[in-house]
Structure formats: structure tokens, C-alpha cells
Design a protein around this ligand. Structure first.
Ligand code: ZN
Length: 223
């Protein structure tokens, strides 16, 4: 159930029953030769859509642009600054508060530390509303995955094979080693950091199920 598909009277009716909403956040950034720039947003939206289906919570329009410094320099990666992201999200949360919402669950498909911190800082600054980042990057997937989840990797590719198989060009997937230069990722040729060749649709299904069941508990808890 999408907020923007409703009329204002229908939103008014919804708010009489409950005052919570899901807010997906993505990133416009490269995901190797085999996944589209929309990958993070596609995953965030799919998670929100399934949580909405199971719990009845409304879903807000996605915030597409995020903070993605480590994939800068690849064609198509477009990021906003940390402060701009924080202020933009804070302003949107204030808009939800003014509209009568009281709880916002934020689901980000992009996991750079600075990006997540900008979201959490925005959430903390808005007093009129309880905004909670539902972070699935720290869940344990080690029984499903054979490699470390990082970027355009086994995990993200598996999720996309399950959610949007039409958007995955598996024949172009290239494995590349994860290496750091100080605290920054060392750039790879393809933009992959990890082992997408290990991805399968079945792993994607298992990952998605775990994400939904874990985040679903938090949605129930905060409501
Ligand atoms: Zn991603």
C-alpha cells in the first residue's frame, strides 16, 4: 500500500487507525557490470512492499539519492553530501509529523557508514516523531552466504536474482577481491567488491525471508 496512491481523505482514515509509515532509501550508484544503478533502491522498496503486505503499514515514496563515496568515479554514480542527505530526510520526517504520522520506519538498501549515520542523525533530530532505522546490514547471513557481503556481491546479486531476475546480467558478473586503502575501499575494475558468481536465486529467497522476519519483529515492536 503506497502513500502516494491514496487521496488525502484516505490518508486521514488511515491515520485514525494507525500512524506509522515505511520510508525506503536507496542510492544511485554503480553495481558492477551485471546489476543496475537502482539495485539498493530496488531492494529497499521490495523489503518495504513485503513488510507492508504483512503488517498493513503504508509505504512512502523512496528517497533515491544517498551518500555513496566509495563508488564515486564510476559513470552513473550520483551522490548527495552527508549534511544534505541528513537535512533532506529530517525535513521529510517533519513533513510526516505535520501530516499526523507518529512512527517512521526507515529502510535503507545502501549501507555506507556515513550514509546510515546521516539517516540516524536526521531521525534523532526530529522530536515530534519516532523515526527508527531498520538496518538489515548487521544481520547474520553466514549460514546462507559463502562470501563476505559487501557490494554488488553474492548477497546483493542473490537478492536481485530473487526480486528482479530481469535486471540481472549474470553472464557479465565479475568477481573482484575486497581490498582497502586506509579506511577506503580500493577501487575495482568492474565496481564489484565481492563474489557475485556465487549468487543464486535460492540464496536470494532465503536472504529476503530472513530480512523480512527480522525487520517485521521491529515493525511490530515499535508500533
Ligand atoms: Zn548496493
Amino acid at each position: 500500500m503506497e502513500l502516494v496512491d491514496l487521496t488525502w481523505k484516505e490518508v486521514e482514515e488511515y491515520l485514525k487507525k494507525r500512524q506509522d509509515i515505511l520510508l525506503p532509501v536507496g542510492a544511485v550508484e554503480e553495481h558492477g557490470y551485471h546489476l543496475p544503478l537502482s539495485t539498493d533502491g530496488d531492494i529497499a522498496r521490495a523489503v518495504c512492499a513485503e513488510l507492508s503486505r504483512r503488517t498493513g503499514v503504508l509505504v512512502a515514496p523512496i528517497i533515491w539519492y544517498g551518500y555513496s563515496k566509495s563508488t564515486r568515479g564510476y559513470s552513473g554514480t550520483v551522490m548527495v553530501g552527508k549534511d544534505e542527505l541528513k537535512n533532506y530526510i529530517r525535513s521529510i520526517l517533519e513533513g510526516f509529523a505535520e501530516s499526523g504520522f507518529r512512527v517512521v520506519y526507515i529502510v535503507s538498501g545502501h549501507f555506507s557508514n556515513d550514509h546510515l549515520r546521516a539517516i540516524e542523525d536526521a531521525a534523532e533530530e526530529v522530536r515530534e516523531i519516532k523515526a527508527k532505522l531498520l538496518d538489515f546490514s548487521n544481520l547474520d547471513f553466514s549460514d546462507i552466504l559463502e562470501s563476505e557481503p559487501l557490494h554488488a556481491c553474492e548477497a546483493e546479486t542473490s537478492l536481485m536474482l530473487f526480486l528482479h531476475p530481469d535486471k540481472v546480467q549474470m553472464d557479465k558478473a565479475k568477481d573482484e577481491e575486497i581490498a582497502y586503502e586506509g579506511d577506503m575501499l580500493r577501487k575495482t575494475q568492474s565496481g564489484v567488491f565481492g563474489t557475485p558468481s556465487l549468487a543464486t536465486r535460492e540464496k536470494g529467497r532465503l536472504l529476503f525471508e530472513r530480512i523480512i522476519s527480522e525487520l517485521g519483529k521491529q515493525v511490530q515492536f515499535y508500533y
